[in-house]
Design a protein around this ligand. Structure first.
Ligand SMILES: [Zn+2]
Length: 231
């Protein structure tokens, strides 16, 4: 009787251990799959779509398209491409609403402070601010890239993106410039501001609105950002 009891007990223990091992295996496999399905980001970028809300920015000369909506279109496109390439993208705004507090007496100040907060809390390695230009002379065209005065990282990032953009877009400026802009001046990481083109130029306005042009342009920004990361 005692022997039988021991045999059953032994059998039960073996079965119990077998179940435990199987369950451990299943959990192990589950966590391996889960870990590999999660994106492994190499870097983080914060993308700032300029303007928004009641501040539309520049206006398209022939269609009346607002800079704020095009900035958002480019920022979202760039964010998508970055994510596809394993770069985590944080947006300062992801819809047409302004970043200001509606009750703030000075909406511009409120908006800029919020932008600064999002940018510097993003933990990003670089910041790219997207804008569209406007100038009284309608023949003005081409992308321009700005960095903050005295920022070595900003200069390198600007140079890298400018080289990449110039390879695809003949109209882009062949040099980078110092720009006195709040978002790049206050960013705590290498930061650039890109004026993608002129909404005061009807030909360029049409191109800037085009989804394929936007995608091509964002690809060239991304290529520049990646080569900066590889520097
Ligand atoms: Zn702007």
């Amino acid at each position: 009787m005692k022997v039988k009891f021991l045999t059953i007990k032994k059998k039960t223990i073996v079965i119990f251990l077998f179940i435990v091992i199987c369950l451990c295996g299943l959990f192990g496999a589950y966590y391996t799959i889960k870990a590999s399905a999660m994106p492994r980001y190499t870097h983080t970028i914060v993308i700032d779509a300029g303007h928004g809300g009641r501040d539309g920015g520049a206006i398209g000369v022939s269609t009346g398209v607002t800079e704020s909506e095009l900035n958002l279109m480019y920022a979202k496109q760039l964010a998508k491409l970055c994510e596809d390439f394993g770069i985590k993208a944080v947006l300062t705004r992801s819809d047409m609403n302004g970043l200001y507090d509606d009750n703030a007496p000075n909406k511009k100040k409120s908006e800029m402070e919020r932008r600064k907060r999002i940018i510097n809390n993003s933990g990003a390695d670089v910041m790219v601010s997207i804008h569209m230009n406007s100038f009284p002379l309608s023949s003005s065209e081409g992308a321009q890239i700005f960095y903050a005065k005295g920022s070595g990282g900003g200069f390198n990032l600007a140079k890298s993106v400018q080289t990449s953009v110039c390879k695809v877009f003949e109209s882009a400026r062949g040099y980078v410039s110092v720009g006195d802009y709040f978002v790049i001046n206050t960013a705590q990481m290498p930061a650039i501001l890109i004026e993608c083109g002129f909404l005061s130029n009807p030909k360029e306005e049409k191109l800037l609105k085009d989804k394929n042009y936007c995608q091509k342009f964002c690809y060239s920004i991304l290529a520049g950002v990646i080569s900066y990361f590889e520097m």
